[in-house]
Design a protein around this ligand. Structure first.
Ligand code: ASP
Length: 437
């Protein structure tokens, strides 16, 4: 058994958390690879190291003094080194970074130093080796991730184990440091898990797992014990965010399960994300896996007599969107109507233009725009085989006096999406959760 682990910033925020991480690693000798984020927020610290580093970079660019934020960074790392009784030359490392920032180091280099220093400390504390991801993770010259070169560079992992690797960054071919987007250590962890042929990728964080609904809406929602990769996609595109979205792809393709665990509560089972079709081993208590949703959508409904007979109508309508560089979320249709559900962040400032192009290209009878819509996805692979799921869902919404504006059941049959007015969003999520839990 080989386990690749990744510890998030809150799991490494201070010396006490380093202790918890050490206990977790030592509790299972199969935990052979450790990817780390930079120290984040916790009860004692309200700033993320990466944010402080970016503040230093920003101030340097504006020729402003960055001593105060750098001193805060320095204190956190020196405290960890001292409190754990380590001697990794942290003072020198920090001075070198400060000099580099002063000398005009890039934003990516500056941002990446939190992960670098954290891995230095943790590798010494665990007595593991340290491997810099600039030797493993490759980026193209245009800054996009280069999987092919990464796979080649990762050959050097062969035969190695008991390693700590900083997350979040790699390098371009010209040698410069490049980071993933924020939260990107999850991606590094997934790539390393794939490259070392791990049996499981453990992602350690500060929550007990994925919740079945947003806890700001449903008090104390249950934790999802098992979710398939496909279900997670359906849940995450609507805003469930424990994992960086891009971290799913490397391990999903390699059929490696991800296990979300809580560093502060390791005895709790957490959430297992498993490849589709590997569920035989897991018990299920409910058809519902989870509910996710968010506000901020607009529906454009276009009607035209005999639309269903007009060849190319859908093509012309969607061409307007692509021409305006807008992607759509859903596209429910009826015999003579088609609706486009669009995230407001794509629509911003373009609505008038879109409407006039639809008028010109599609010659509809009417166009109706409804804004302030919320979408709610009710997801559960068990829904395929259970009767009465939608009846239960819509009864719950009607009992809660919620008016449903659109309905869409993906052909995978593991997801029913409803659109409601934003003012009904909270009531709708509560009603659905209560009906199924
Ligand atoms: N430290 C980086 C961030 O705060 C990357 C990560 O934590 O994954 O976004």
């Amino acid at each position: 058994m080989r386990i690749a682990t990744k510890f998030g910033g809150s799991s490494l925020a201070d010396a006490a958390h380093f202790n918890k991480v050490k206990a977790i690693i030592e509790a299972d000798k199969d935990r052979l690879f450790v990817v780390v984020s930079a120290p984040g927020r916790n009860e004692q610290n309200d700033e993320k190291i990466t944010d402080l580093l970016l503040t230093c970079y920003d101030r340097r660019q504006k020729n402003l003094d960055y001593t105060a934020p750098f001193e805060r960074i320095k204190k956190r790392f020196l405290d960890i080194e001292r409190e754990l009784g380590l001697n990794v030359g942290m003072d020198n490392e920090l001075n070198a970074i400060s000099n580099a920032i002063h000398g005009g180091a890039s934003m990516d280099y500056t941002a990446s130093r939190g992960e670098y220093l954290t891995a230095l400390l943790l590798s010494s504390y665990l007595n593991f080796g340290f491997l810099d991801p600039s030797e493993l993770i490759a980026f193209h010259d245009d800054g996009t991730y280069d999987d092919e070169t990464t796979q080649r560079w990762c050959n050097k992992l062969e035969g190695q184990s008991r390693l700590v690797i900083p997350g979040f960054y790699g390098r371009k071919r010209d040698g410069s440091i490049k980071t993933f987007s924020r939260g990107g250590s999850d991606i590094t962890g997934a790539i390393i898990a794939r490259e070392v042929h791990a049996d499981v990728y453990e992602n350690w964080t500060d929550v007990d797992g994925f919740m079945m609904a947003d806890p700001r809406i449903v008090p104390n929602p249950k934790i999802i014990s098992v979710v398939t990769y496909s279900e997670l996609r359906e849940l995450s595109y609507m805003g469930a965010s424990v994992l960086h979205e891009d971290s799913i792809f490397p391990v999903r393709k390699a059929r490696i399960p991800i296990h979300i665990k809580n560093t502060n509560n390791p005895a709790i089972d957490g959430t297992k994300i498993v490849p589709d079709g590997s569920l035989r081993n897991f018990r299920r208590d409910s058809v519902l896996t989870g509910i996710s949703g968010r506000t901020g959508f607009t529906i454009i409904t276009v009607t035209k007599d005999n639309m269903h007979k007009e060849i190319g109508f859908g093509y012309r309508l969607l061409r307007v969107l692509s021409h305006n560089n807008i992607s759509f979320e859903n596209c429910p249709s009826g015999i003579d109507t088609m609706s486009l559900v669009i995230d407001d962040k794509f629509l911003g400032g373009k609505l008038d233009n879109v409407i006039s192009e639809i008028r010109r290209d599609c010659e509809p009878n009417t166009i109706e725009v409804t804004s302030r819509i919320a979408l709610i996805a009710t997801v559960g692979r068990g829904m395929i085989r259970s009767k009465g799921v939608s009846a239960k869902l819509f009864r719950a919404l009607s009992d809660a006096d919620v008016n449903v504006r659109i309905i869409d059941q993906g052909s995978s049959e593991m997801n029913i999406i409803v659109g409601v007015e934003e003012q009904d969003f909270v009531d709708a999520v509560k009603a659905i959760y209560n009906a199924f839990s």
